[in-house]
Design a protein around this ligand. Structure first.
Ligand SMILES: Cc1cc2nc3c(=O)[nH]c(=O)nc-3n(C[C@H](O)[C@H](O)[C@H](O)COP(=O)(O)O)c2cc1C
Length: 371
């Protein structure tokens, strides 16, 4: 089995442990979380896909002020779906009736469409190259050969995400350094780019085995991993590192709300769903009133990121009112087993459990063990 200490992934990334804190888009990443994980020998990550290009350099500086260890910045290579590159007045008016009742419920006026749309990947990537993070991870596609060459020239390790064998092979053919095999158990968006996300729902268990047997590029397992037991399982399947998302999202250092964290530690976390209802792209989160009421109306949703923009106009008021029924509660399927509320405790427990020769009994997840 691959070593938990030194292997191809730790060597390329220059980290002590093959543990990656998954990046979070949507403002849920923090410099503190990335730096905490980096300082404990893992790879911290920061999801930058919502940042305007001029914010990317300052975020890298914030992380560097907290750690001198390697970290990754993350972007979405595809920044819109068909018809979503800007919010045209007719798209806006057609979508409005779907959202209007919720705006009324929260006492909000009809919003005014933005002058500028979602930040452009083409502009973000230039800012990222300029910021020169030790690693660049990405989802929803493959950067152009020019960008990958620039990364190599600047010693930026590239990490791409695959949800199928074909995507992993495409990443390898493009010369990407490391591949994240992301199972459908994972929280957040399903980052498929060769087929529809709904047709790319393989779980981590088969995906890691199938991909690791077919590519020479080192494989990182993601989806459904939150502790040493899951990490060992991923290594047994052929992974050389793990990327953990939901367990870090639940920690106090992440950028999410306390209400979301409380849901992740509650029985509600047993019920996740894959839904397009919040952004227009398929993503996994805890079921709530929004996912249920939107389910029969998915075909009426505007494309990504227009749907996301409408939801973002509601979000601050919903959060201020403590309304977890109307906001996204991103979560992977492993959430009911989460035990740690701090990234330091999570990392330390992972590392000490991995050090031990064998894990005896499955850990207890009785409520009083959550620390
Ligand atoms: C709220 C949330 C946001 C995420 N945003 C991104 C992102 O912007 N880019 C990315 O590469 N992965 C993103 N992910 C995926 C994680 O980095 C990670 O691969 C995944 O959560 C692993 O599965 P797990 O949740 O079962 O641990 C996100 C995950 C969550 C839960």
């Amino acid at each position: 089995m691959n070593s938990f200490r030194v292997n191809e992934v730790t060597r390329r990334l220059g980290v002590d442990h093959p543990i990656i804190q998954g990046p979070f888009g949507g403002g849920l990443s923090t410099a503190k979380l990335a730096a905490t994980v980096a300082n404990l020998g893992g790879l911290g990550s920061y999801g930058a896909h919502m940042l305007p290009p001029e914010r990317i350099g300052p975020v890298a500086d914030e992380i560097r002020a907290l750690t001198d260890k390697p970290f990754a910045l993350n972007l979405w290579v595809s920044d819109h779906d068909e018809g979503g590159d800007r919010i045209e007045p007719d798209t806006f008016e057609r979508a409005w009736p779907l959202f209007a009742p919720y705006f009324r419920e929260l006492g909000l006026d009809k919003p005014v469409p933005p002058e500028r749309g979602h930040p452009r990947y083409d502009e973000q990537i230039d800012a990222l190259l300029e910021a020169r993070p030790p690693a660049f991870s990405f989802v929803f596609g493959i950067p152009s050969p020019r960008i990958l060459t620039e990364c190599r020239r600047r010693d930026i390790v590239t990490i791409g995400a695959a949800t199928s064998i074909a995507e992993a092979q495409a990443l390898e053919d493009a010369g990407v350094d490391l591949i994240v095999a992301t199972g459908a158990e994972a929280g957040g968006h399903r980052p498929s780019f060769l087929a529809r996300a709904e047709e790319s729902l393989m779980g981590t268990l088969p995906l890691v085995q199938l991909v690791a047997a077919r590519v020479r590029t080192p494989v990182i397992a993601a989806g459904g991993i939150a502790d040493a037991r899951g990490t060992r399982a991923a290594f047994a399947l052929g992974a050389q590192a793990v990327q953990i998302g939901t367990a870090f999202l639940a920690c106090e250092e992440s950028g999410t709300t306390d209400a979301h964290r409380d849901v992740l530690f509650s029985d509600r976390a047993q019920h996740t769903t894959l839904t397009r209802a919040f952004t227009g792209r398929l993503a996994r989160g805890v079921r709530n009133r929004w996912t249920e009421e939107m389910a029969p109306r998915i075909a009426q949703l505007p494309p990504f990121p227009t749907a996301s923009w409408f939801v973002s106009q509601l979000r601050p008021a919903a959060i201020a009112a403590g309304r977890t029924d109307l906001v996204s509660l991103w979560s992977g399927q492993i959430a009911p087993n989460l035990r740690h509320r701090s990234a330091t405790a999570l990392m330390q427990s992972l590392l000490s459990d991995l050090e031990r020769e064998a894990l005896d009994a499955p850990p207890s997840h009785a409520k009083e063990t959550i620390a």
